[in-house]
Write a protein that binds this ligand. Structure first.
Ligand SMILES: C[S@@+](CC[C@H](N)C(=O)[O-])C[C@H]1O[C@@H](n2cnc3c(N)ncnc32)[C@H](O)[C@@H]1O
Length: 241
């Protein structure tokens, strides 16, 4: 019987992402483990310039790179998300290009155009992670650095992770904010929807991401579990040979 009932799917369209990214920004930009993930990515990219930040979201990494004097191209699929991002990078150097594009399609950039490529918390949402990585490697110069991060592979850890996030936010005084409860609910609901019925959602381990990148001719420089998830997920730095 149940086999005949079609499963509802969560459409990760613009409305979903814009609602999610507004609350996500107000919480994650104050969350120490998220900042640690951004720190690792920014330091991996410290020796590069002309960086593509793919699926850039609210622009925390882009702002950090601009503040470090980098030229940054930010790409996201949704114009509403890019509007939000513009408000966060505004005034942090006139060295950004904002590109609206679907990262599931061939990227609108020349081969070897970028000295660095960042893809934070984006790979799981792509239709075809393999093609996504191929395209991001194509636009990266030889010798250039790529940073790829993603979430935990173990759904059961999410509840534990969220309670640790909450404690860190409480210690930082963020939970006292008037709008915190609403943002927290949006954040958790969005994550839960994604986990429960994500239309397309790819889980990888550190080892699987390393293997995919190495098969594509990338050299692994360093890899760690993702600090955002306290030891789960992945944060991999690789170099194009
Ligand atoms: C979880 S957020 C990560 C944002 C940012 N990289 C960060 O680490 O905070 C995922 C982002 O991917 C974007 N996105 C989803 N599908 C996309 C696609 N097909 N092409 C480009 N961006 C996409 C969403 O709009 C959202 O901003």
């Amino acid at each position: 019987m149940t086999a005949d009932v079609p499963k509802p799917t969560i459409e990760h369209g613009e409305e979903f992402w814009l609602t999610y990214m507004r609350s996500y920004h107000r919480i994650f930009s104050e969350l120490p483990p998220y900042q640690r993930m951004v720190d690792v990515a920014a330091s991996a990219l410290a020796k590069t310039d002309n960086i593509l930040d793919s699926a850039a979201g609210s622009g925390v990494l882009a702002k950090r790179l601009l503040q470090a004097g980098k030229h940054v191209t930010v790409l996201d699929k949704y114009e509403g998300v890019l509007e939000l991002l513009r408000t966060h990078i505004h005034g942090h150097g006139d060295r950004s290009i904002v590109a609206q594009a679907d990262a599931n399609e061939p990227l609108p950039f020349a081969s070897e155009q970028f000295g660095g490529v960042a893809s934070l918390l984006a790979l799981p949402f792509m239709d075809n992670p393999d093609m996504y990585l191929d395209e991001h490697i194509r636009v990266l110069q030889s010798g250039g650095t790529m940073v790829v991060s993603g979430p935990s592979t173990d759904v059961r850890k999410v509840t534990i992770t969220a309670s640790r996030w909450f404690m860190e936010l409480r210690n930082a005084g963020v939970t006292e904010r008037q709008d915190f409860d609403a943002d927290w609910e949006v954040l958790l609901t969005s994550i839960a929807k994604t986990l429960a019925e994500g239309k397309i959602f790819h889980w990888f381990t550190v080892a699987e991401v390393e293997e995919m990148l190495m098969k594509k001719g990338m050299a692994i420089v360093q890899s760690t579990p993702n600090p955002l998830y306290y030891g789960y997920g992945y944060l991999v730095e690789a170099r194009k040979q």
